[in-house]
Design a protein around this ligand. Sequence first.
Ligand SMILES: O=C(O)c1cc(=O)[nH]c(=O)n1[C@@H]1O[C@H](COP(=O)(O)O)[C@@H](O)[C@H]1O
Length: 281
Amino acid sequence: MSGLEPFGARLRRAMDERGPLCVGIDPHASLLAEWGLNDDVAGLERFSRTVVEAVAERVAVLKPQSAFFERFGSRGIAVLEKSVAEARAAGALVVMDAKRGDIGSTMAAYAESFLHKDAPLFSDALTVSPYLGYGSLAPAVALARENGAGLFVLALTSNPEGGEVQHAVRPDGRNVGATMLAHLAAENAGEGPLGSFGAVVGATLGDLSTYDLAIDGPLLAPGIGAQGATPADLPRVFGPVVGNVVPNVSRGVLRHGPDTVALRDAAARFADDIRQAVTSS
Ligand SMILES: O=C(O)c1cc(=O)[nH]c(=O)n1[C@@H]1O[C@H](COP(=O)(O)O)[C@@H](O)[C@H]1O
């Protein structure tokens, strides 16, 4: 065991203390330009450090999007490592958004990269794709358990193309997305108050009352801000489990940079709107 408390328990506490908002660190080339930064490693580093300085002491979760760091090769990965360490040191939990998924034996290596406590990129949780079959994620589930880490499994994604796979109906009559939710509910059984194995469910999806979202784990909800969803949508989309939702906002906050105070204020506004929507539901 790592000695770290399970991710779900740590996340529950962070959400209760700081509110559930997750701010994404997505250094799009267009945002670097808007911030007056060059599209290079120095620009990437400045961008990422500014976001961490602005919000890591205040929000529950930061979610760096690995793609924007990988774009710069090994030096970009070095910036990512530093950002993860700085965010965690400031008290935020880090969800590494790398959306890994492969055959089980390769999945084990991805898990070692992000979920082993001694890995340079160790993160509190990792986004993973179950579309090589949920069972292919087993090595990541096992390593996460050993290291007090968690997973967010793509179940019902925020993008309009996702339905082609996730709404496909299986011979047993259940659709693929619902099946992923059921796997996660089984994973989290007996792991209260909140299990460590979450689902990604887009905030953009409208009424999801036909799905059983009660997986006893967190629901990472991207789509607020740039993709058109708002905090007010959360109760309608998530119904009785809205208290387990971790709403992610990336560009909706990041476009307010590079001023640290403006970034912090933007995150605070989203956090307030989310708190209001969740508590009035
Ligand atoms: O796993 C994710 O975070 C994710 C899943 C999903 O269904 N939709 C989705 O937008 N995301 C990520 O969430 C972030 C959304 O960014 P904004 O649209 O700028 O708020 C990006 O980093 C996406 O890669």
